[in-house]
Design a protein around this ligand. Structure first.
Ligand SMILES: C[S@@+](CC[C@H](N)C(=O)[O-])C[C@H]1O[C@@H](n2cnc3c(N)ncnc32)[C@H](O)[C@@H]1O
Length: 209
């Protein structure tokens, strides 16, 4: 784990903050997610078998580390990060992860290129509430169509932003895309506090759209 500097900020936190200041809408976070939020969002990653786990928007890698811990060398872990600087740093720290520098919008094609039919679990770190309606819908459609029928999709939302129009729109799209959507408890030990959406059973209508 990176050590805090004299400013109290570790190097990964400083890198993410720098990327946020350069490109707030694409980065969507001022600080990496905490261990506690990482554990909550990665809970559907099974601790047995050979699952295909996809991670969208890994950033500096808090969810990456938790997924790797849960997989313990089993299955496949594909991560898709659009920011080349963040992706480069992450692949150096996690050589066992299949890290693609690209957009989550291309997820179905990325799985097909690897001969994988679908993902068993998709863990998303994407900043949904920062996206335009069209971009948000396209990314969610790509994730839903890449998920196995019995698969699980998780993502998180910041508590202070949950009533923003873009966050409400995302929540409605989730409900339209999955038969089951459950919001977890607030994780107070995160900057800022956040909660997880656990979604299961993609609706056929959402996959065919
Ligand atoms: C809110 S940060 C989350 C980072 C990390 N998962 C965490 O929880 O600390 C969102 C990340 O998604 C990435 N991202 C944004 N749009 C993306 C896209 N279309 N495809 C893949 N990654 C994207 C950003 O570059 C950033 O690293």
């Amino acid at each position: 784990m990176a050590r805090p500097s004299v400013t109290g900020m570790n190097s990964e936190s400083a890198v993410l903050l720098g990327q946020f200041l350069r490109s707030p809408a694409a980065t969507g976070a001022v600080a990496p997610s905490s261990r506690r939020l990482s554990r909550a969002v990665c809970a559907p990653v099974p601790e047995g078998g050979e699952p295909v786990v996809v991670e969208l928007g890994p950033g500096t890698g808090p969810f990456t580390a938790e997924i790797q811990r849960r997989l313990a060398g089993r299955g496949r872990h594909l991560a898709v990060e659009i920011n080349p600087l963040l992706a480069g740093r992450l692949s150096a720290r996690h050589p066992g992860v299949d890290l693609v520098v690209g957009s989550a919008a291309d997820l179905p094609a990325l799985l097909a290129e690897r001969g994988m039919a679908a993902a068993d679990v998709i863990v998303s770190g994407l900043p949904w509430a920062a996206f335009s309606p069209g971009h948000q819908a396209g990314l969610l459609r790509a994730a839903v169509s890449a998920l196995a029928p019995g698969g699980a999709f998780t993502t998180f939302s910041y508590v202070h932003a949950r009533a923003l129009p873009a966050a409400l729109r995302f929540r409605r799209s989730l409900t339209a895309s999955f038969e089951e959507v459950v919001a977890g408890r607030t994780v107070w030990r995160n900057l800022p506090p956040a909660f997880v959406y656990h979604a299961r059973r993609p609706r056929a209508s959402a996959v065919l759209r």
